[in-house]
Ligand binder design. Sequence first.
Ligand SMILES: C[S@@+](CC[C@H](N)C(=O)[O-])C[C@H]1O[C@@H](n2cnc3c(N)ncnc32)[C@H](O)[C@@H]1O
Length: 304
Amino acid sequence: MIQYNQKESRVVNFNNKKVSCFYSSSAKIDKKTVQSFGEEWQKFSSFSEAEIKNIGDEYFDIVDESILNSNSIVLDMGCGSGRWSKYLAPNVKFIEAIDPSDAIFSATKLLSNVNNIRTTQASSDNIPFNDETFDFVFSLGVLHHIPETQTALIDTVKKVKKGGYLLIYLYYNLDNRGVLYKALFKLSSVIRFIVAALPKWAKQIVCDFIAITVYMPLILVSRSVQKMIPNKSTYQKLPLAYYVGKSFNIIRNDALDRFGTPLEQRFSKKKIKEMMEKAGLRDINFSNNSPYWHAIGKRTDLVK
Ligand SMILES: C[S@@+](CC[C@H](N)C(=O)[O-])C[C@H]1O[C@@H](n2cnc3c(N)ncnc32)[C@H](O)[C@@H]1O
């Protein structure tokens, strides 16, 4: 177990585990967004093994054994339900999974039978471990929900050992897409602005409605095109083609994530590379595959 570098605000007994909680009063985190995620991950807290494996393989496609192996001490920054920690656990030595929202209790439940993971309630602006503690840090779909993404990235990279690696996934700004996609995105942003402000129960109903009436028909179109023209590069250009073959549970979860979250930001590949370099990462490698964009970098020098 890795030592915390400060005293916890409280310890919660949950599911026969002790969860240390470190609170932050900083303006650097968006409290409404964190609360919304607590609700989201309590609703979507179970996933099939096959789905975790399939989607996990997509995120970790640019990580090989020279980067991550059975000696690696890992941090999952913004773990949500804990599904990607579960995916990695058999291949690494130890994982610290942190999240500031009540999702940490869903993660504690999902990971209750996994011995080499500890869950901790904490956020990017107060990660309760010394700098340069981890061989590998990953943060998937998190930093774009934090008001100052660059600062949160710097705070996270500080926890990576020199010579260690950071894998991130940040929402792309559709920099590799055409006009139709960008128009649909503008429309969806307006809808998100309205839906995210609804009370929890109404938000969940509306997002389920969007999953059924918008996601499903578009996914069906992509599936039909895929059957007619199996060439990946053709059907994958269609909106929501990513969800062909994904379960309805994942589709509902992602509809809630996309339309129910108050704060999201989007970045081009160029901007993500710049931010990673500014945080002290080098040898940056982007995956060419979705989810866009996920990239890995190696920590070299300390950030000034
Ligand atoms: C879209 S979810 C992704 C969860 C998980 N990484 C996954 O891919 O399943 C974003 C997560 O970021 C967390 N989050 C939001 N603000 C954060 C912050 N300042 N520090 C750490 N995590 C944060 C939320 O609580 C939420 O669980």
